[in-house]
Design a protein. Structure first.
Length: 255
């Protein structure tokens, strides 16, 4: 395929050195998916392309692409940066994990649709000082569908009941009602409120989720539950997740 000049709108989220003065930068876009860009000369002194491709920069980028493999950055327009994410270690760690999670769910150039908007929503909220832990849990629950393991959260998997007290079963892949607690030994033994949180953040469109405020204990419980769901259903070993977990251990105030 012949390369063409194309303008894409997106967010830069990964970069690494490539050859002597060049960079590889990953950009997440809505229509064209995730693209790896060669940024020629970015490491040379005073390169404007370097500043435009810092992590958490966003805007319009003009690229040479044929829709597969490496694309090449030609120039950029109206690029800004999520300064709060770039300058704050904790926000940076949460945002990096979120984008890494999305990155691993798709092949390059696969349109992301609503998941691009989910990424944008998450970065904007964290940048604006919304609780990054809660935003990350929202993203994790909503990304399960993208990984092909969407849980059943609307009703009990066994009898179909929609209201009542629920728990989560990793084995069954969703929620079960209290009528079956005694016979289903794979449930997580969550408190009713904790299961309700998982159902809410997994079911409601993310743009309708306002500022969710939970107690520290509830938030820790839902985080552990989500981590168990991911370990039990998806084979992921993300360095960004490991770093985020280590950061929480080092600074408990981030929990």
């Amino acid at each position: 395929m012949t390369r063409e000049l194309k303008e894409v709108q997106g967010i830069i989220f990964k970069r690494q050195k490539y050859k002597e003065a060049d960079l590889l930068a990953k950009i997440i876009t809505k229509e064209d998916g995730i693209i790896t860009l060669v940024v020629r000369g970015a490491l040379r002194p005073k390169s404007q392309l370097n500043a435009a491709t810092l992590n958490f920069s966003y805007g319009r980028y003009v690229i040479y692409t044929n829709g597969r493999g490496l694309s090449y950055l030609r120039t950029y327009k109206e690029v800004k940066q999520y300064d709060g994410l770039y300058n704050d270690l904790t926000k940076n760690a949460y945002a990096s994990f979120i984008l890494d999670l999305i990155d691993h769910a798709f092949v390059e150039y696969q349109p992301l649709g609503k998941y691009y908007e989910l990424a944008k929503f998450a970065l904007e909220r964290i940048n604006e000082n919304t609780d990054p832990e809660m935003i990350t849990q929202i993203v994790q629950m909503q990304m399960l569908k993208a990984y092909g393991v969407e849980p059943e959260l609307r009703h009990c998997l066994i009898c179909g009941k929609e209201k009542g007290i629920f728990d989560y079963s990793i084995k069954l892949g969703g929620v079960i009602c209290s009528d079956h607690f005694a016979t289903e030994n794979s449930r997580l033994h969550l408190k009713p409120k904790e299961t309700a949180v998982l159902r809410t953040i997994g079911l409601l469109p993310f743009e309708r989720l306002g500022s969710i405020k939970l107690s520290s204990d509830t938030k820790k419980a839902t985080r552990k539950a989500i981590d168990r769901i991911y370990r039990g259903t998806i084979d992921l070993n993300l360095k960004t997740k490991k770093f985020l977990d280590e950061l929480k251990l080092f600074n408990p105030s981030n929990n």
